[in-house]
Design a protein around this ligand. Structure first.
Ligand code: FAD
Length: 379
């Protein structure tokens, strides 16, 4: 045996799982096709939003609360600053499903928040222009994460604790049997006890049954200059997510003191071949997000000054897939399909993966992520 557990894909979820497994003294071998913290898929672009009043559904709230604790634990262990809780604004019509989900999350878990009607919203956060019927909900347990640093920190900490990570090593195939799993890479074969697949948008590549369920999507991040950048410092400008009919504008305060991130993440394009993703940003995409910014955040200069392209794996119901794969002898588990909202929960997913790989079960409620809803048997 080369290791008790192999983690295939040491990106967002893989780095956290490797850290959590190594912490338990389990021998773990990571395989990463590129370098650690690479920006080839879902990591990159300087910040990721952390929110707890969750517009994707209240079932995530306990996981996010635990995730916050684990982000802070990783910070404590390593001395790095990964999560800044400067608050988060959810803005929209209270009758929309996403704003109802935010309210249900708050009511069900008594989350620390404020609801600001138009006048008060304008007084406190004049950077945002509100429309008739819009309300602003301030989530006090929200803020931003540093994605590249988070992944490199978790992976480095895992290595400190004894994990081995093979960089620039692409897994081509896995073959589970009763006593373990054989892994073939572009270099040689390895034999391990169990496997965790965390290959994000590539997860269908060597699990063909799942490839029908996972769709890789292309997301464009954009940054803007401001008329007065001090108004967009983290202490003055919480992260935000704003829903309108034609776009979903999300953003973060300035982190470099010159640019503010505001991006349209609604209906990202499908990518047919993950190896051939178009990293060019279309003029139309720049124009559309510029128009949204002009309308909603008039203090920004509405021409994007920076833009970059990433991808994530989406499932049909936008909930991820976390658990053992049926028909694979309880030896292969997956954590993928995070559908554009997984970064914030990466440490708790790492922990759940470690629970499942070590004990076969977890105390966290992950029913909404059960792989069985998509695959009955992969044998
Ligand atoms: C632009 C953008 C903005 C986002 N904003 C937010 C946000 O604000 N808040 C939030 O919570 N979430 C956000 N998300 C979602 C979040 O970033 C993703 O859900 C999460 O990072 C997915 O993690 P992952 O581990 O599944 O994939 P990844 O982090 O992409 O990791 C997959 C890894 O597997 C490796 N790999 C693939 N195939 C192989 C192979 N065969 N062998 C070895 N290695 C392999 C890849 O190189 C990669 O490193 C955003 C996503 C994007 C793209």
């Amino acid at each position: 045996m080369d290791a008790d557990v192999a983690v295939i894909g040491v990106g967002t979820m893989g780095s956290m799982a490797t850290w959590q497994l190594a912490k338990r003294g389990i021998s773990v071998l990571g395989f990463e096709k590129y370098g650690i913290g690479n920006d080839r898929s879902a990591v990159g672009g300087e910040s990721r939003l952390f929110r707890t009043a969750y517009m994707e559904g209240k079932e995530y709230v306990p996981l996010l609360q635990e995730s916050k604790r684990l982000w802070q634990e990783l910070e404590k262990e390593t001395g790095e600053s990964l999560l800044t809780l400067n608050g988060g604004l959810m803005i929209g019509d209270p009758d929309t499903q996403v704003m109802k989900n935010v309210q249900h999350s708050i009511e069900s878990f008594d989350l620390d928040h404020e609801i600001l009607q138009e006048k008060e919203a304008h007084r406190r956060f004049p950077q945002h222009r509100l429309f008739a019927r819009d309300i602003m909900i301030l989530d006090k347990n929200a803020g931003f994460l540093r994605p590249e640093l988070a992944v490199t920190t978790a992976a480095t900490q895992a290595e400190e604790l004894g994990a081995s990570i093979l960089r620039y090593t692409e897994v081509k195939d896995i073959k589970p049997d009763r006593s373990g799993v054989t892994i073939s890479t572009d270099k040689r074969r390895y034999r391990v006890g169990k496997v965790l697949v965390t290959t994000g948008p590539w997860s269908g590549a060597f699990l063909p049954e799942l490839s029908r369920q996972f769709k890789a999507r292309r997301l464009v991040l954009t940054w803007f200059s401001a008329k007065d950048i001090t108004k967009f410092y983290p202490k003055n400008f919480p992260i935000f997510a704003r829903m309108r009919k034609d776009f979903r504008l999300t953003g973060a305060p300035t982190l470099d003191g010159t640019m503010v991130k505001a991006s349209n993440t609604k209906n990202p394009d499908l990518i047919e071949d993950t190896g051939q993703i178009n990293r060019d940003v279309k003029v139309e995409e720049l124009r559309e997000v510029g128009e949204a910014v002009k309308e909603l955040i008039p203090e920004l200069i509405p021409d994007p000054v920076r833009a970059s392209v990433y991808m994530d794996a989406y499932t049909p119901d936008d909930h991820s897939v976390v658990g053992f794969l049926p028909g694979m002898d309880e030896n292969v588990m997956i954590a993928s399909g995070f559908s554009g909202h997984g970064f914030k929960m990466a440490p708790i997913i790492g922990r759940i993966a470690a629970d499942l790989l070590e004990d076969g079960n977890t105390s966290y409620d992950i029913e909404h992520m059960d792989p069985k809803r998509y695959v009955e048997n992969l044998a």
